[in-house]
Write a protein that binds this ligand. Sequence first.
Ligand code: UDP
Length: 242
Amino acid sequence: MKKGQLLYEGKAKKIFASEIPGQVIVEYKDSLTAFNSQKKGSFPEKGRINREITTLLFQKLERAGIATHWLKDIGTNDMLVRSVKIIPFEVVVRNRVAGSLAAKLKIEEGKVLTHPVVEFYYKDDALGDPFVSKEQIVALQMEKLNTLQILEARALQINSILLGLFFQVGLDLVDFKVEFGRDRENEILLADEITPDCCRLWDLQTAEKMDKDRFRRDLGKVAESYQEVLRRLQSIDQGAKL
Ligand code: UDP
């Protein structure tokens, strides 16, 4: 499929028009950024690995009843997706304390939460994607309560599916971020990506971090960890040993 006009370039992906109305091409880049783009890096094959991880997880989620924008893979780094208007809130689900929550409350990373917590962050690079409460979003008329409740329920459903999937391959899903969009029929679809860029994954045996924290915190073996996450996920279908 021929790539049309570049519609949008983000930190880790480019979006191109496709030949089909209502469908666009997502190209996964090899770049890696953290701290609102203040830290930049890349590694070869990163785009392919993240494209493969997203495809694999989106297909599993679809089979479990979660509607996603994914349609098909069309190349090493590229996938065809339904064009959606992104709802401008990052939806974070946490199972354990880590990252910004640990820093904000000065709590050691790893503390298990009694139940998964869903948080919304307003997508605005200039503001640094600030946390916003559901009440603030509704009172500011940025989104309807009913939509936020759908996003919350969907995010929790995704969490329980992913928790099980990652557990099968020896990984603990600590937290993650997802994004949703509306298609032309106004249906809410899971969009964007699910990769080690936007999840915290800890090895269940060694507690080693297998995600973007390796890059954020200069822990080394970034590429190896992303590759290992993909290898383990692929092993589910191949029935292979870890
Ligand atoms: N996350 C993300 N994009 C963001 C902010 C967070 O993908 O812009 C992910 C992050 O990788 C982690 C989860 O959301 O898996 C929770 O992140 P947190 O709020 O702890 O922020 P961080 O300190 O990681 O920026």
